[in-house]
Design a protein around this ligand. Structure first.
Ligand SMILES: Nc1ncnc2c1ncn2[C@@H]1O[C@H](COP(=O)(O)OP(=O)(O)OP(=O)(O)O)[C@@H](O)[C@H]1O
Length: 255
């Protein structure tokens, strides 16, 4: 089962934000989405998640058009952690993560010990179990971000979509989160600004520029000095280690 976009265009008013993007997310992979500010990463993630519908083209999950699948089906398959999500509700951390179980609950299938297990595991995965009884409003930005991710993990998604998930996180938690995503049995797509993190953790990288998908491939194929110059307007050297992993060394803009 895969997520796929076929010739997708999305417009806001009369402005084209996403142009003719075709992209198939391979089951089990960790796909990084990179591109300059305003290049369309968030817009593309919201189409991949089923939150937004393409203006033209198709967004498919397991070969079925997402627009024909119910919200519950989408929520049982796709966990989406958006940027700047917040709540004014007076919730504890555990209650916020428990919301991830909503797609599985009904009158005939009420809250069970298995739901508790999923919530506990998600809290452990993001290193927030010790704060389970704290109120959401009292958390730091990074702690809130980890709770968002735990809520998505509690959904037991097949696809985990993360929009700039390392925002607000200290470096240890950034690395821990990306390592976690890589080891989970999910297909993951993450919009990332740190290109070296994309190189370290992603199987493939998709590059957005001005609403178009301009490159897609392994980190070593994608992260070349030429692409960094063309898409980001920067000068950099790219080193490759013995295992084929690359590392970008940036040059100062006015150096
Ligand atoms: N609802 C909307 N109405 C009008 N313009 C929009 C809307 N949503 C996005 N845009 C515009 O579309 C472009 C792409 O935005 P998007 O948030 O997808 O980019 P991004 O690559 O995620 O950027 P960033 O790296 O800054 O988060 C931007 O110019 C943005 O202003």
């Amino acid at each position: 089962m895969s997520l796929e976009l076929i010739d997708v265009t999305w417009m806001a008013g009369y402005r084209t934000i996403i142009s003719d993007v075709s992209l198939k997310v391979t089951p089990g992979e960790f796909l990084g989405l990179i591109g300059p500010n305003g290049s369309g990463k968030t817009s593309l993630m919201s189409i991949l998640s089923g939150v937004r519908r393409p203006f033209r083209g198709q967004a498919l999950m397991g070969g079925a058009e997402m627009r024909r699948l119910g919200r519950r089906t989408l929520a049982q398959n796709i966990g989406f952690v958006e940027q700047q999500a917040d709540t004014t509700d007076r919730l504890t951390v555990r209650e916020a993560v428990s919301l991830g179980r909503t797609p599985y609950l009904s009158l005939l299938s009420p809250w069970s010990p298995r739901d508790d297990e999923q919530v506990n595991q998600a809290l452990v995965d993001v290193d927030m179990a010790h704060m389970a009884d704290r109120y959401w409003q009292t958390l730091s930005g990074g702690e809130k971000q980890r709770v968002h991710i735990a809520r998505a993990l509690a959904q037991e998604p097949k696809y985990l979509l993360l929009d700039e998930p390392t925002n607000h996180l200290d470096i240890r938690h950034q690395l821990g989160l990306l390592e976690l995503v890589r080891t989970l049995k999910v297909t993951a797509v993450a919009a990332l600004h740190d290109l070296n993190h994309a190189a370290m953790f992603c199987d493939r990288i998709a590059v957005m520029s001005e609403g178009r998908l301009v490159a897609l491939g392994s980190p070593a194929e994608i992260l070349t000095p030429e692409l960094l110059q063309t898409v980001f307007g920067i000068s950099a050297a790219v080193e490759t280690d013995g295992q084929g992993r690359c590392h970008i060394r940036y040059h100062a803009l006015n150096g």
